[in-house]
Write a protein that binds this ligand. Structure first.
Ligand SMILES: O=C[C@H](O)[C@H](O)[C@H](O)COP(=O)(O)O
Length: 220
């Protein structure tokens, strides 16, 4: 990491470790780092570290690197994201970064999607939720369900004021995830999918014993 770099910050529980480590390095190496949060959770977390500067894509539309978590990483380094409902802003921030680094625990390292996580989160405009549920079911099978909020009656509402459909895909089918992603994205009412196809350059997996393995570009 160098001085004055713009860093996209993802969401979830794993990213919290990265934010803490980033803060340590900024303090110890006397660096200035400009962070772009990709969720309200990331924003709040960054706000608790005074040494980390916070910015927006309006001010810094390009990032040197985006660091994020994932719900599953398949053999082609495709990702499922959005378990925490934050996929759309994450995809936007990642799309603005030159390098994308994913951190996850070893259980998320799979050959084929569905081994540890069995649904694709999809952000949808509220008025479209019913027809979108029906279209997904007709087009791809499996079981799409509207995600309910916890400790609030009704559906979960995202940081963007939308709903999330969790599509429990058919684990026995061999999906072409790139095609599925494109087809889903073309359904009116779908804002973004939790399928991140070929977006990660490097993925680090933390093992239970503290060791770290990685996949992807070794130069990162
Ligand atoms: O919506 C949440 C994000 O996509 C997270 O990056 C993903 O769910 C992984 O989260 P965690 O690190 O908590 O497993």
């Amino acid at each position: 990491m160098q001085d004055n770099q713009v860093v996209g910050i993802g969401s979830g529980s794993t990213i919290e470790y990265a934010i803490r480590r980033l803060n340590e390095r900024v303090i110890n190496e006397n660096l200035k780092t400009i962070c772009i949060p990709s969720s309200y959770q990331a924003l709040r977390s960054l706000q608790s570290f005074e040494s980390l500067q916070i910015s927006t894509l309006d001010r810094n539309p390009e990032a040197y690197v985006a660091i994020d978590g994932a719900d599953e990483v398949d053999g082609d380094m495709n990702l499922i994201k959005g378990g925490g409902g934050c996929l759309t802003q994450e995809k936007i921030v990642i799309s603005c970064a030159k390098k994308v680094v994913i951190i996850a625990d070893y259980r998320k390292d799979v050959q084929k999607f569905g081994q540890s996580f069995n649904f694709i989160p999809i952000e949808v405009i509220p008025m479209a939720q019913r027809p979108v549920l029906e279209k997904i079911s007709k087009m791809f099978g499996g079981k799409p369900v509207l995600r309910e909020a916890k400790q609030k009656a009704g559906p979960l509402v995202t940081d963007n004021g939308n709903f999330i459909i969790d599509w429990f895909f058919d684990k026995d089918k061999d999906y072409d995830w790139n095609e599925v992603n494109i087809s889903l994205s073309l359904i009116p009412g779908i804002v973004e999918t939790g399928l991140f196809i070929q977006t990660a350059h490097k993925v680090f997996f933390g093992a239970a014993d503290g060791n770290v393995t990685s996949r992807g570009n070794d130069k990162l």
